[in-house]
Design a protein around this ligand. Structure first.
Ligand code: SAM
Ligand code: SF4
Length: 417
């Protein structure tokens, strides 16, 4: 597996140099002149821990959560004060863990960010189905949240029990979503679970839209090495058939595909914290990407609070991308939206896309992974499947390795991927 990703990396970056992360960082962050800058805040608490979940999270305790949020507010001011005035940013996303467990303090976090940033494209927040009550939604809406994403995983009892999740109370969920409206209501599903059929997935999607969602995310199940999930992954051929048939179904219903995993029933509905050119991340495990530097905060809550308490950033590792590495990172995440505009690439890097990756684009067209019209490359169904497939390798070779180490060591010396 890592042979494929290593060879692909060497080919695309035209170098044998691995992605090298070091235990160092700039105290002064160069975000002042970064365009298309997004914000991300991580809240790592959950009421119960799901055995398949790889994210940085711990069991919820009110006291620990409050202590963590006090540090988060300090980190926001520590970074925000580096910019005189208010910096324009695109969106703000709260991820976790289960950020809605801190619903009563989300307003304070947004107010702190509003002191330093002007958020122009809305605020998104992840919810566990149990958080979808009229009271919690009203508190979040009053705080400024405009988009919510609910982690359903599956409405089918069989898969809820395989994943160790409780039955979703769809009646209560619909009532709450009808009472408190958001621009985007997204629901997350996991696909490629054992023996999952097209009908299982289709009925999940139909149910999501009938409960008030206008956006769905269908994530392929990934079996991380460090999680204790007994769930096995689906074989490649079945996975492809399932992905193709569910994509065709969504298209036939007139839903638009706004990213490799997401479909929306209304054009303005969107939910994605991934496709931004630059972003600032706050909280443990949050990542920051500013031009060619990418850094990741410690996963350890105590170390995070201790560092911030000393008015020092809680960065654990930093990579300074070479030009080609940055290009690949950009292309990978831009392709996630299923479209790559050569003009955007040239605006960002100052060189034509064809000059840097002319052969790869030609091959991708020949293999019918993409079509091209006036420099706009659009992924085909086949291309989307292979993106999915490659993304799985990438996740298991890079993310799995990195997170596997970072959840054990607060500040590793170095990491090569
Ligand atoms: C941080 S979690 C969601 C928020 C909330 N805590 C919840 O569980 O409902 C983000 C999403 O990642 C997806 N996810 C988690 N573990 C996964 C795995 N092993 N493979 C694929 N998707 C996964 C789930 O769909 C989940 O809703
Ligand atoms: S899936 Fe959601 S609730 Fe479950 S452990 Fe992960 S973040 Fe927490």
């Amino acid at each position: 597996m890592s042979i494929i990703t290593n060879l692909t990396r060497m080919w695309l970056t035209r170098s044998v140099k691995p992605f090298t992360f070091k235990n160092e960082y700039d105290e002064q962050l160069p975000f002042a002149d970064c365009e298309n800058l997004g914000l991300y805040v991580h809240i790592p608490f959950c009421k119960s821990i799901c055995n398949f979940c790889p994210y940085c999270k711990v069991g919820y305790s009110k006291e620990l959560c409050n202590r963590y949020i006090d540090s988060l507010l300090k980190e926001i001011h520590l970074v925000g004060n580096q910019y005189p005035g208010k910096k324009k940013v695109t969106s703000l996303y709260f991820g976790g863990g289960t950020p809605a467990l801190a619903a009563d303090r989300i307003g304070e976090i947004i107010d702190a960010l509003n002191e330093h940033f002007i958020i122009t494209e809305g605020i998104g927040l992840e919810l566990h189905p149990e958080n979808v009550t009229e009271e919690v939604l009203a508190v979040l809406k009053a705080a400024g949240v405009t988009k919510v994403s609910i982690g359903i995983q599956s409405f089918r009892n069989k898969y809820q029990s395989i994943l160790g999740r409780k039955t979703v109370d769809t009646h209560a969920m619909k009532k709450a979503l009808d009472a408190v409206r958001f621009e985007t209501v997204s629901m997350d599903f996991i696909f490629a679970l054992p023996e999952q059929t097209y009908d299982d997935l289709k009925s999940d999607i139909d149910e999501a839209f009938s409960l008030g969602a206008n956006h769905v995310a269908i994530y392929p199940f990934i079996d991380f090495t460090f999680t204790a999930s007994p769930v096995k992954t689906m074989p490649k051929k079945e996975k492809r058939e399932l992905l193709d048939s569910i994509t065709r179904y969504c298209m036939s219903k007139g839903y638009s595909r706004n990213s490799i995993w997401t479909f929306s029933s209304e054009p303005e509905a969107n939910y994605s914290s991934m496709t931004r050119d630059n972003f600032l991340g706050f909280g443990c495990s949050a990542t920051t990407l500013l031009r060619n530097q990418f850094k990741i905060n410690t996963f350890d809550i105590a170390s995070y609070c201790e560092r911030i308490g000393r008015e020092t950033l809680a960065t654990s590792l930093t990579i300074r991308f070479t030009k080609r590495q940055r290009m690949i990172y950009w292309l990978f995440w831009t392709a996630y939206s299923t479209k790559v505009n050569a003009k955007d690439f040239e605006r960002f890097f100052g060189v034509p896309l064809k000059k840097m990756y002319g052969f790869e684009l030609w091959a991708a067209k020949r293999l019918r992974f993409v079509t091209e019209e006036n420099g706009m490359y659009a992924m085909t169904l086949k291309g989307a499947f292979y993106y999915h497939y490659y993304e799985n390798f990438y996740t298991l070779s890079y993310i799995d390795k990195m997170w596997g180490i970072m959840r054990k060591e607060a500040f590793p010396d170095m990491l090569e991927l």
